[in-house]
Design a protein around this ligand. Structure first.
Ligand code: SF4
Ligand code: SF4
Length: 441
């Protein structure tokens, strides 16, 4: 009875706290500008199934891809076991689902254990790759101590949760075999039975402690992990699905028009009547300097980033030693959003800390190093559009501050004055034909 009450309290606290944190992230995403993405629903569903559920891009790097799929599928399947744990915890039963019969129950529990072992194997391999082999993309400059620790915390937690699950099953199987828990109910199961020789010398009391410790450690660990996720890059386990649904479906290199500019041009051409909006104090701003100038999709992208570094690993600017890292850009958006969101929650919507994404988090030299090749977008396993953020920041620099690099500013001035990117007057544009004409003569 007491343990059921404690369990229900822990369950309710975990759910409420998680919902609270998700609400904060949802609010932060809404700091971005409106963007209507609702077209081509069937293609969007297909993209989500292929990329998020089917892990379509992960497999491009076969070893990491297969290991990730082992963790992804394993974690989902093992957590079906949570259903029984929840029933046992709330009602106070022991293996509530064993009513399905010993054979069926053993088959399911053994399947869960095989996936638990797969998760442990994959996580240990990932830890080895990150910390011993030190794969380069996990050690770029934006991977400071916190992102590196975050990755290790996630992997170690998954190993511990799965190990607790196996230890619990092994101890429980022996207790059931000894008839301590009444008649023999179910088990042993295919993986945890390998632990039975190690545990079989233990007394009933010790085994009961291991079983209870494993049970509580597993369930409280899952609740704690659930509440850690919103503070971690692991939030991608939830956002990968909507983020891929809202993917850019057009050609990757297609730049979107800016509605403010389109409107100005339409008014100039006389295809749109000037309603006076966009003038004086209603003046539109161009591009993005800070989070509120980006779209909500840019911000959702940042919360979906898995920090895998696949984008940075293929970025020609980064490879050739420039300071640009597309992962760094996305992480900067998330960090600044969290900072701004916190400030707004505390001081109201007019909160101003004198900082901005451009300048304080991302330096101009980073965004101007981009070749807009879109290799990062192509590579991203959760369809993040890094280039869209970079272009928005560039647009701000050029259109609001005339602060683009000198060659670009010169080219724009030439286009404005001469109608061409070159530095000679319109009257001289046909001069090249004179030579051709003279030679013919
Ligand atoms: S588009 Fe820019 S950021 Fe992305 S890979 Fe190419 S150069 Fe790097
Ligand atoms: S933006 Fe995409 S590819 Fe780059 S680190 Fe994040 S998830 Fe990985």
């Amino acid at each position: 009875m007491i343990s059921s009450i404690i369990f229900i309290i822990v369950l309710v606290v975990a759910i409420v706290f998680f919902a609270w944190n998700v609400r904060i992230i949802a609010k932060n995403i809404k700091l971005g500008k409106d963007l209507d993405i609702n077209d081509n629903k069937s293609i969007r569903w297909k993209t989500m199934f292929l990329i998020a559920i089917g892990q379509g891009k992960m497999i491009k790097r076969p070893l990491a891809g297969i290991l990730h799929i082992m963790v992804y599928v394993g974690f989902i399947i093992v957590n079906v076991e949570m259903l029984e744990i929840l029933i046992d915890g709330v009602v106070g039963t022991h293996r509530a689902l064993s009513f399905v019969g010993e054979d069926i129950y053993n088959a399911f529990a053994s399947t869960f254990e095989i996936f638990a072992l797969a998760v442990i194997t994959a996580c240990i391999t990932f830890l080895f790759r990150r910390n011993i082999v030190r794969v380069k993309r996990f050690h770029n400059k934006e991977m400071t101590s916190w992102p590196r620790l975050d990755g290790n915390i996630i992997l170690i937690t998954e190993v511990l949760l799965m190990s607790a699950f196996l230890a619990m099953n092994a101890a429980d199987s022996i207790l059931m075999e000894r008839g301590v828990l009444g008649e023999h109910i179910v088990g042993p199961f295919v993986i945890s039975q390998a632990l039975i020789p190690w545990f079989s010398g233990f007394s009933d009391g010790t085994l009961h402690f291991i079983e209870q410790f494993g049970w509580w450690f597993h369930i409280v660990g899952v609740f704690a992990f659930l509440n850690y996720i919103p503070y971690s890059k692991h939030f991608h386990v939830f956002l990968a699905f909507p983020n891929t649904w809202y993917s850019k479906l057009e050609a990757k290199a297609k730049m979107s028009n800016m509605p403010e500019v389109t409107k100005e041009v339409q008014i100039m051409l006389g295809t749109l009547e000037d309603d006076g909006s966009g003038m004086e104090d209603d003046m539109p701003s161009f591009g993005a300097k800070d989070i509120k100038d980006l779209s909500w999709k840019n911000i959702m992208d940042s919360y979906t980033c898995t920090e895998c570094g696949r984008c940075t690993a293929v970025c020609p600017a980064n490879i050739t030693g420039k300071s640009l890292s597309p992962r760094g850009i996305v992480m900067a958006v998330r960090d600044r959003t969290a900072e701004l969101g916190k400030g707004i929650a505390k001081s109201g919507k007019d909160f101003n800390d004198g900082k901005s994404l451009l300048g304080d988090y991302i330096k101009p030299e980073e965004i101007w190093a981009c070749t807009t090749c879109n290799a990062c977008v192509e590579e991203c396993p959760v369809n993040i559009n890094q280039v869209d953020i970079i272009l928005s920041l560039r647009r701000f620099m050029v259109m609001e501050e005339s602060a683009g690099p000198a060659p670009i500013n010169n080219m724009l001035t030439n286009i404005e004055n001469n109608g061409a990117p070159w530095q000679y007057s319109m009257a001289d544009r046909g001069n090249w034909a004179d030579d051709v004409y003279m030679n013919k003569k």
